[in-house]
Design a protein around this ligand. Structure first.
Ligand code: PMP
Length: 404
């Protein structure tokens, strides 16, 4: 059912070499490679169906519009949203969060109101809130974690006050791999009458996500991390919340009627989509979601779990190995340090062996501060990685370790 050779054959880049060595791509947390069908969908649209969407009476424009809106339906189905009105296309997770931070704080928050975030957030779920906090006099409260990298839910409960207006938490940590119990955290927030934004950048590629089952008020993700193209992403929001928010950017598409005296805005989701959308990107994204859906998100999750378990066991055999993030529920991300070797040195030397890993703070500096380190090496797996590649990684680390 899960034919790894067939799957790898779908990704042409996996056949290439780096410094004469077969590429071992273990940087899927940063971005994923694209299957041929995604690239072909993009090329095909440029060659055969390219025209600006929504505004045209002509044949091509209508066809491009149909493709674009069909992609919205594909996204809706993929996350089980109630309506396509709840699917806003953005440039990615970062823009989705900035859109929400700007419009939510501007319209629904007052001075001294509070937003709860967690210690393991990516900068893109910290800085947009800080920018708004500075403008409106809002306070950020931070959920702490234990040394295994699990959020402290008792402490989370204690952070709520009558001034809490929003909770923003990542589904899966891009550094620790922790899968946060977001369903439970959402229930807690709702008991306090507070909505929740879930950062799904690291969950959407790896597990089945049902926004209605989670009861998430907002859920955001990037296309490029789920085998789709760069430059396109999604903000899911419950219709009753999106309705209460003002537009983010002004321009074409987002209006109903414009005069110099008064402008009225388009219906959802177009109210939030000013300008020509990346309609080619949305086609690519939809094709990517079709691709992972055909493999089965549960199959992908099971396969990647097996890989991560194997990698964890093998990495632990290496003397001086320190793993960061040993939560009970863990996704396919492993952060580590080996002895006194600087992560940048380890990453650079692994690169010479054809192994692509990420090094540094992974856009999570407050988390690094909590861990008392400057950075880690991070191996993150995707649906096409293999145990053989993990063996190459382990052998590579051993080789570097002996050099030091
Ligand atoms: N949140 C998390 C948890 C991430 O891992 C990332 C990407 N590293 C982002 C947000 C930002 O995603 P993007 O750069 O695609 O907007």
């Amino acid at each position: 059912m899960y034919d790894i050779n067939q799957i790898r054959a779908d990704f042409p880049i996996l056949e290439r070499t780096v410094y004469g060595k077969p590429l071992v791509y273990l940087d899927n947390g940063a971005t994923t490679q694209k299957p041929r069908c995604v690239v072909e969908a993009i090329t095909n649209e440029y060659y055969n169906t390219n025209a600006n969407v929504h505004r045209g009476v002509h044949f091509l424009s209508q066809q491009a519009t149909e493709l674009h809106e069909a992609s919205r339906e594909t996204v809706r189905k993929f996350i089980n949203a109630r309506s396509t009105a709840e699917i806003v296309f953005t440039r990615g997770t970062t823009e989705s969060i900035n859109l929400l931070a700007t419009t939510f704080c501007q319209s629904l928050m007052e001075e001294d109101d509070e937003v709860i975030i967690s210690v393991m957030e990516h900068h893109s779920n910290i800085v947009p809130w800080q920018l708004q906090a500075r403008l409106w006099g809002i306070t950020l409260r931070v959920i702490p974690m234990n040394d295994r990298g699990e959020l402290l839910l008792d402490e989370y409960e204690k952070l709520f006050s009558p001034r809490t207006k929003l909770v923003c938490v990542t589904h899966v940590s891009n550094v620790l791999g922790t899968v946060n119990p977001v369903k439970q955290m959402i229930a807690t927030a709702h008991a306090h009458g507070v909505p929740v934004l879930v950062d799904g950048a690291q969950s959407i590629p790896h597990m089945r996500v049902d926004v209605r089952e989670l009861d998430a008020d907002f859920y955001v993700f990037s296309g490029h991390k789920v085998y789709g193209p760069t430059g396109v992403g999604v903000l899911y929001g419950k219709e009753n919340w999106l309705d209460r928010l003002p537009p983010y950017q002004g321009g074409g598409e987002m209006i109903q009627h414009v005069s110099f005296e008064k402008t009225t805005f388009n219906e959802l989701p177009f109210k939030f989509e000013a300008g020509t959308p990346d309609y080619i990107g949305t086609t690519g994204l939809a094709r990517a979601l079709d691709y992972v859906s055909a493999l089965g998100m549960d199959n992908i999750a099971a396969y990647e779990h097996e890989l991560t378990t194997y990698a964890t066991r093998r990495l632990k055999e290496i003397p001086g190995m320190r793993l960061f993030g040993e939560s009970e529920q863990k996704g396919s991300v492993i952060s580590f340090l080996v002895g006194q070797i600087h992560p940048f040195d380890l990453g650079t030397l692994l690169d010479r062996l054809g192994i692509a890993v990420r090094t540094g703070h992974h856009c999570a500096q407050p988390l690094m501060t909590r861990l008392g380190i400057e950075g880690t090496v991070r191996a993150s797996f995707g649906l096409y990685n293999t145990k053989e590649e993990i063996d190459v990684l382990v052998a590579g680390i051993e080789r570097v370790r002996k050099m030091f």
